[in-house]
Design a protein around this ligand. Structure first.
Ligand code: C2E
Ligand code: CA
Ligand code: CA
Length: 637
């Protein structure tokens, strides 16, 4: 074996270290989840090219220092390969930047052309010199390199191109991501300078490595939640895209637990262990994604799980066994990839849409009708968004229906509840159960309330002008709205604009469970009560009624939910409980209203339970607010 030594200006340590770091990156890629974007593929080729460059550099320096005539051709080729690899990396950097910043085709083509041209010229000249034999010449005692400075010029040209590009696209990436890249590039320059100052050449390849570490860390590492092995929702989107492009069918199981839906609510360790186990034990090649708070989705390839129905059943059985232990409410949705949803890459919202329709603690299998409903909900959602953005308080798509309420003391109708409907071009009339949850989730609800309030006020004003005895009309307000800074202001402004007294309007609220909501409600109710606005507690008897808390709020009317009316007719015991509650509340000066009075039997029963008001189909279904006059009476002149 020939003994060899390197020239003083070169040591293989730099290149070998770079190779080992590249290998470390490959190992990490193998055992972690990586976003499989097209830029990831460019990145992979780039890392591989760097490994080639390093080995070529080591080989060329090693052989060059042997001073053997017969190695000369290999030295020349290796040197050429080394240079070409580095320039190919530069070229790939340019492609990469265009890809991650999603430049348009035209700009990408232009950049590719410029970068390709530089590549062609530099490598071309290098190859030409190599073939002609002028790149490396064997002198008497040493090799001499004649590079014509082409490497240097090529390097400078590429660095300039990349700097210009990075500046041009700086607005297209999140600022901190950009700073991350600038930082790694700055480090490369520092190394180049230090190396230059020492007449060194061992760390040239390393300067290419730093931006790649940046790419790996910033762009492609989408690390697992180390505790349960879940990947974030961006990972889900990439996986769906990858499967669609490669025509791979997949199955999914989605688990939602509302107990962990809130900020800061983390999974107890035993549940973490359960989910971790579920993610790996039942399906081959499955991946777990954290779609949202308290919401996970497991995706498995159908091809590798032919008996997936059996596996799904085994998993659900195991889940039931666990459920008996932990008892957190859940909603499970299972299904197979649906091209239409995959193309739009909307599994998260598709499943969320299903969650709205299924009860707690159920397992639901996705069917074609879900896609249909999802599509029409998407349409409703777009319309809601438009209504929200226009914020036209007379928006013709928002209709007010009203249900008159019987006042038992007078035997007349003098109040009513306003109920919202949407009238949309493609769907016709849409009922609240379809759009209120959507509007709440997307933050559009308050504008809808403003529109309903405005239209209600306008109609109340007309009734008053026509001398109808209208005591007040109530509107429904979502507890979420109370969190808005301007809530009270907005309500007051709409009422004032219509020039009616505040006491003609009431607000219905449902009870809420949390302490912070309680304080908020108390504050907002008190403020608006000063304007004469009355407050109803809606749906009493359906939530986790906390009497002590309810009585801490200055409500005027308690609306007993229809389910209580139904319960009363079903059992004597329920009847006694509800009767007792109603009597107690009446004694505490609350007015009691029974909702959902459908029959004469319901009516008689409710009248016997301290009711002040009755509302239900027995008297009227909700009618367009313009028809309310038919129920109200004119004031005695
Ligand atoms: P809610 O406030 O409890 O309204 C009463 C619901 O019961 C109405 O349904 C009404 O049509 C229905 N109903 C009335 N009488 C009877 C009866 O005798 N039997 C039965 N089975 N049902 C009866 P609707 O209009 O579909 O509204 C559903 C829910 O949507 C409302 O429940 C309310 O929570 C919400 N909602 C309606 N309009 C608005 C609104 O403008 N804003 C907000 N935030 N929510 C609204
Ligand atoms: Ca209501
Ligand atoms: Ca109600």
């Amino acid at each position: 074996m020939p003994r060899y030594s390197f020239s003083a200006s070169y040591s293989p340590v730099g290149d070998l270290l770079v190779v080992s770091i590249c290998l470390v990156m490959f190992i990490l890629m193998l055992f972690s989840y990586n976003r499989r974007t097209s830029s990831f593929r460019i990145f992979l080729v780039t890392v591989a090219t760097l490994v080639v460059a390093c080995y070529a550099d080591v080989a060329f320096n090693m052989l060059a220092t042997l001073h053997k005539e017969r190695f000369l051709p290999i030295v020349k080729v290796m040197r050429c390969v080394y240079h070409a690899s580095l320039f190919i990396i530069f070229f790939l950097f340019v492609l990469y930047i265009g890809d991650v910043t999603q430049l348009n085709q035209k700009r990408r083509l232009r950049n590719t052309l410029i970068a390709g041209l530089i590549l062609l010229v530099v490598v071309g000249v290098d190859v030409y010199d190599t073939v002609r034999g002028t790149s490396v010449v064997m002198g008497d005692d040493r090799l001499s390199f004649q590079s014509r400075g082409v490497f240097f010029y090529g390097y400078v040209a590429y660095v300039a191109l990349i700097l210009v590009l990075m500046t041009a696209v700086r607005k297209r990436l999140y600022r901190r991501v950009m700073l991350g890249f600038y930082g790694t590039m700055a480090m490369s320059f520092v190394v180049l300078l230090v190396q230059g100052a020492h007449g060194q050449s061992s760390f040239t390849a390393a300067t290419f490595l730093y931006p790649m570490i940046g790419m790996f860390y910033i762009m492609h590492a989408s690390p697992y939640d180390a505790a349960i092995g879940a990947i974030d929702s961006r990972g889900l989107e990439d996986t769906v895209k990858y499967n669609l492009e490669n025509r791979k069918e997949f199955g999914f199981l989605s688990l939602y637990m509302h107990a962990f839906d809130e900020e800061g609510k983390s999974l107890p360790t035993h549940l973490q262990a359960t989910i971790r186990r579920f993610a790996t034990d039942f399906f081959r090649g499955a991946m777990l994604f954290q779609v949202g708070k308290g919401h996970w989705m497991l995706i498995y390839p159908i091809a590798r799980n032919r008996n997936h129905e059996k596996r799904t059943k085994a998993m659900l059985d195991a889940f039931q066994a666990e459920y008996r232990l932990f008892q957190y409410d859940y909603k499970i949705v299972v299904g197979k990839s649906i091209d239409e949803v995959s193309r739009r890459n909307e599994y998260a919202s598709f499943i969320r849409d299903i969650h709205r329709t299924i009860p707690e603690n159920t397992v639901y299998t996705v069917g074609p009708e879900d896609v249909k409903r999802f599509n029409s909900n998407e349409y409703v959602l777009r319309e809601l968004e438009d209504i929200y953005k226009k914020r036209d308080l007379n928006d013709p798509r928002v209709l007010v229906y009203c249900q008159p309420v019987l006042n038992i003391r007078t035997g007349r109708y003098d109040t009513a509840e306003a109920l919202m409907r949407l009238k949309l071009e493609r769907t016709g009339l849409v009922y609240p159960d379809r759009f209120i949850p959507l509007a709440e989730e997307y933050g559009y609800i308050h504008v809808l309330t403003e529109i309903i309030l405005n239209k209600t006020c306008r109609q109340v004003r007309r009734l008053m002008e026509q001398h109808y005895a209208v005591t007040r009309v109530s509107i429904n307000v979502s507890v979420l709205e109370l969190k808005l800074e301007r809530f009270c202001e907005d309500i007051t402004r709409v009422i004032r604009r219509n020039d009616i007294p505040g006491e003609k309007i009431a607000i219905e609220l449902t009870e809420s469970m949390t302490d912070s909501d309680f304080i908020l409600m108390k504050d907002k109710i008190s403020q608006l009560k000063e304007q004469g606005i009355k407050f109803y507690l809606d749906d009493f008897g359906t939530g986790y009624s906390n009497l002590e808390r309810i009585m801490g709020l200055p409500f005027d009317i308690i609306k007993f939910d229809r389910s209580l009316v139904v319960a009363c007719s079903a059992s004597e015991r329920s009847h006694r409980i509800v009767n007792g509650l109603a009597n107690m509340l009446a004694q505490l000066d609350y007015a009691v209203l029974f909702e959902g009075v459908e029959t004469a039997g319901d009516e008689t029963m409710c009248e016997g339970m301290s009711a002040s008001y009755l509302q239900g189909y027995k008297y009227s279904k909700p009618v367009p607010i313009e028809k309310l006059a038919e129920y109200f009476e004119k004031e005695a002149a």
